[in-house]
Design a protein around this ligand. Structure first.
Ligand code: ZN
Length: 154
């Protein structure tokens, strides 16, 4: 369901939520919709508008959104995306490897041909998406300055 929804969004069959999901009050507080932000993060798009790309390269987060101007430099993703990616890939690959070994018992060279390449490919594919979701989570929960709309005290 979620995969079909994401694919349809990527093909522009489903319009993204129009405008910002940031319902900010004058004090800088207020709710931000978490699920749309996470889906936008998965697509490596701005968590606020979904229009502009979140990343300037493979993993580098842009200073701000080119579409809506939302500042993205507040993020502190740190090691969470790498940790979460290892957690996900490890569970998938180890369970896959054990399942193949128990059911088919292929020669060792088959394991060497499959699992390292699959590990590398899945990790490279997943890491920027998990990082996008991490930044989107921080944005939605107003962490690390994402929610600070108060004027600076001079
Ligand atoms: Zn934006």
């Amino acid at each position: 369901m979620a995969r079909a929804y994401l694919k349809a969004m990527d093909q522009n069959l489903i319009p993204d939520v129009v405008g910002s999901t940031d319902h900010v009050s004058a004090t800088g507080s207020g709710e931000r919709a978490l699920l749309p932000a996470l889906l936008r993060g998965w697509r490596r798009r701005c968590p606020n508008c979904g229009g502009g790309p979140m990343m300037a390269g493979y993993l580098k987060i842009r200073q701000s959104c080119a579409s809506c101007g939302e500042e993205l430099h507040h993020h502190r993703a740190e090691d969470l995306p790498a940790w979460a990616t290892i957690l996900i890939v490890g569970h998938l690959l180890v369970s896959g490897l054990l399942t193949v070994e128990v059911n088919f018992a292929p020669p060792l060279w088959v394991h060497w041909a499959i699992w390292p390449a699959l590990t590398l490919g899945l990790t490279m594919w997943l890491l920027p998406r998990v990082k996008g979701m991490t930044v989107a989570l921080q944005w939605a929960k107003r962490l690390h300055g994402f929610g600070d709309r108060r004027p600076a005290i001079e």
